[in-house]
Design a binder for this molecule. Sequence first.
Ligand code: ATP
Ligand code: MG
Length: 138
Amino acid sequence: MSQRTFSIIKPDAIRKGHAGAILADIEKAGFKIVAIKKLSITKPQAEGFYYVHRERPFFGSLTEFMSSGPIMALVLEKDNAIADLRKLMGATNPANAEEGTIRKKYASSIEENAIHGSDAEDTAKFEIGYFFAGHEMV
Ligand code: ATP
Ligand code: MG
């Protein structure tokens, strides 16, 4: 069944000029780009987005990184979008990511790992709403 997920091309990938290649991989994998924007977020906005990770030891560094430069926010749609995007992204730590995955190809480290993808239906809904209004999705 057709499903929507939320993704971010993270600041490291934008800085290195990989945004276009990552978008091409996403489209080649059969996702429809329902919404897209390039923007910068503040540290408090990154803290709100990653609220579930607030107790993790890397929370300060992660939110610093996510507010360190422009990102691209995306809403993506296909059958089984949430699980399929996670598969296309590869493991959180690029050292463990499978060949051909976005993190294997473009990530620098476990933190600067090129892309975010929602991990469940409820988080996808929250994350889409955090970045997009209904009229921005087509
Ligand atoms: P994402 O939520 O970004 O799609 P994920 O679900 O694979 O990635 P999470 O465990 O949700 O990973 O962690 C969120 C993000 O926090 C990671 O993508 C990464 O940028 C950062 N992160 C995770 N683990 C570490 C760590 N041990 N050290 C530094 N940063 C980390
Ligand atoms: Mg996650």
